[in-house]
Design a protein around this ligand. Structure first.
Ligand code: ZN
Length: 462
C-alpha cells in the first residue's frame, strides 16, 4: 500500500514538475464580429505550474476583419528545441441587422392586395444600401416591411395601414388632344393609356365615346373613359377638327396669306414640316443671303410642296438696290434666275425689302423717288408686288412667340389677310402652328399668293 502510494505521489510530482507547453483558453474555432479587432492567441508558456517561461511565437495566416469569411491561422510556439503547433479557424461574421427606415404618414394598400411603393431606406454595415431588398406585405391593419442582409440578419418595421383605394386611374391621350384633318382624309385613332395605382395598366378597359366623320367638316369630340376595380373613374377628351380646305384663288372672305421674308434659313425646314402637317400653303419671299450656308434646297422643297416662291431680293442690301433702277432690276433678275435654276419656275411675284411704303430708299436714291418708279415699272414688266396688312411684329417689335401669335390672330381681317413674318427668326416660325390652329378653328382659309390674289399694297412714300 505504502509503495503504491509513494509511486503515485512520484508520478503526480513528475506530472506537475515535468516541463511542457501550458496553454490557457485556446479555442480551435472562434467567431469575431465584423470590423472588431482580432487579437492573436498568445497565452502559452513553457515549463511547469511553478515555473513557466515565455515562448517564441510564429504565426502564419492573416485575418481581415473587414471581410466576412473563415481565416486559418497557424501558431508555432517554440522554446529551446521544443515546438508546439496549433491551428485556429477565425470566422469573421456579420451579426448586425441592417437599419430600416420607412418614410410616410398615411399608409394604405389596395383592396386587391397591391401595396403602393413607399420610400424606404435600408442600410447594412456590410452590404451598404440594400433599400431595393426591402419587402413589404400586408398583415391585417398593418404593413410589414422586412429586409435581410446577406448574412440573413433581419430587420422588421410595422406601420399601421388602411386597406383602401382612393386614387382615380390616370388616363392620358396617345397623340394630340386636338387633331386637324382635311375632309376626306383618314382619322387614325391612337387611343389613350390608363394606369391605376391598384390595377396597373388598364388601357384595354378604356371605353371610347363619340365618333369622327371625316367626310363632313365639323368639330368632333371623343371621350375616353376608364374605371378601376374600386369603381373610381376618370376621363379625357380629344377634339378632331375636320376642315374643308379652300380652293386656291377662291374669292371670298377670311383668306389668310402667310408670307415669310428673308429666308431660307435654318428654320425653314421645320416651318415647312408644320405647313405640311396642316396642308397649308404659304408664300416665301426669298433671298440669296443664306446661300453660303446651304439652305437653297429649302427653296426647292417649298416649291415642290406647293408653296408660292416670290422674289424678295438677291442681296437684300438697301444701299445697293435702292441706289438706282438698274441696280434694283439687276438684283431682282439675279434672284429670279436663282429661283428658276432651283425650281424651273419663273416667279413674277415680288416683295420689296422694307415694303413699297419704305422711306429708307430716300437715303440712297439721290432724290429720284425710286419707289414711285419701281412700283410702276414692276407692273409694266409683268410683275406683281405684295405688301402686307397683318404685322406679326417679328421685325423688331417683339421676340416673343406668344406675342407673335397674338399680333397675327387678333389682326386677321374678314377679307384677305397678308401676314408678314420672317422665316429667319425662330421665335416667329415657332408661332406658325398656333396661328394655323387658330385659323382652322375660326374658319379661315390659308392660301398662297399668286398673280390672281387680292391686292394688298401700301401707299408709296418715296
Ligand atoms: Zn426683308
Amino acid at each position: 500500500m505504502v509503495i503504491v502510494g509513494i509511486i503515485m505521489l512520484a508520478c503526480i510530482t513528475v506530472l506537475i514538475l515535468y516541463p511542457r507547453f501550458i496553454e490557457k483558453n485556446f479555442e480551435t474555432v472562434i467567431e469575431i464580429p465584423l470590423n472588431e479587432s482580432f487579437s492573436k492567441y498568445e497565452d502559452v508558456c513553457y515549463g511547469n505550474v511553478f515555473d513557466c517561461h515565455g515562448v517564441d511565437v510564429k504565426e502564419e495566416g492573416e485575418v481581415d476583419t473587414s471581410k466576412i469569411g473563415e481565416y486559418n491561422i497557424k501558431y508555432i510556439f517554440s522554446y529551446d528545441n521544443n515546438e508546439l503547433v496549433r491551428n485556429q479557424v477565425v470566422k469573421v461574421i456579420d451579426n448586425k441587422a441592417p437599419t430600416l427606415e420607412v418614410n410616410g404618414e398615411d399608409f394604405r394598400y389596395c383592396p386587391n392586395g397591391k401595396i403602393p411603393k413607399y420610400e424606404v431606406t435600408a442600410i447594412d454595415d456590410y452590404d451598404g444600401d440594400i433599400s431595393d431588398k426591402v419587402e413589404v406585405r400586408a398583415e391585417g391593419d398593418k404593413l410589414l416591411f422586412v429586409v435581410k442582409d446577406s448574412s440573413l440578419n433581419e430587420t422588421k418595421v410595422f406601420k399601421d395601414a388602411r386597406k383602401i383605394d382612393e386614387e382615380k386611374p390616370v388616363i392620358t391621350l396617345n397623340g394630340e388632344d386636338k387633331i386637324y384633318i382635311e375632309v376626306g382624309n383618314n382619322y387614325e385613332e391612337l387611343g389613350a393609356k390608363a394606369v391605376d395605382n391598384c390595377d396597373g395598366d388598364i388601357s384595354d378597359n378604356i371605353e371610347m365615346i363619340g365618333n369622327v366623320n371625316t367626310s363632313e367638316a365639323g368639330e368632333y369630340e371623343i371621350t375616353y373613359q376608364i374605371k378601376d376595380s374600386s369603381g373610381l373613374d376618370n376621363s379625357v377628351k380629344r377634339t378632331i377638327f375636320v376642315y374643308q380646305k379652300a380652293k386656291v384663288n377662291e374669292k371670298g372672305s377670311k383668306n389668310v396669306y402667310l408670307t415669310f421674308d428673308d429666308g431660307p434659313s435654318a428654320y425653314t425646314g421645320e416651318l415647312l414640316d408644320v405647313l405640311k402637317k396642316y396642308n397649308v400653303k404659304a408664300t416665301f419671299f426669298v433671298t440669296a443671303q443664306n446661300t453660303s450656308k446651304g439652305y437653297d434646297d429649302m427653296i426647292k422643297r417649298a416649291y415642290n410642296e406647293g408653296h408660292s416662291i416670290g422674289i424678295h431680293s438677291y442681296t437684300h442690301s438697301y444701299s445697293y438696290i435702292y441706289y438706282s433702277v438698274d441696280n434694283y432690276f439687276e438684283d431682282l433678275t439675279n434672284m429670279q434666275n436663282k429661283i428658276y435654276n432651283l425650281t424651273g419656275y419663273k416667279s413674277t411675284i415680288v416683295r420689296f425689302p422694307g415694303g413699297s411704303s419704305n422711306t429708307i430708299s430716300k437715303n440712297y436714291d439721290n432724290g429720284t423717288h425710286i419707289m414711285s418708279t419701281l412700283t410702276k415699272m414692276l407692273a409694266a414688266k409683268g410683275y406683281r408686288y405684295f405688301d402686307w396688312n397683318v404685322l406679326s411684329g417679328d421685325a423688331g417689335e417683339t421676340t416673343d412667340t406668344n406675342q407673335i401669335v397674338k399680333n397675327v390672330t387678333s389682326n386677321l381681317k374678314s377679307g384677305a389677310s397678308v401676314v408678314l413674318q420672317h422665316d429667319t427668326k425662330n421665335f416667329s416660325t415657332k408661332a406658325v402652328e398656333r396661328i394655323i390652329k387658330y385659323g382652322i378653328e375660326n374658319g379661315y382659309n390659308f392660301l398662297p399668293l399668286t398673280m390672281e390674289s387680292p391686292t394688298v399694297e401700301h401707299k408709296v412714300n418715296n
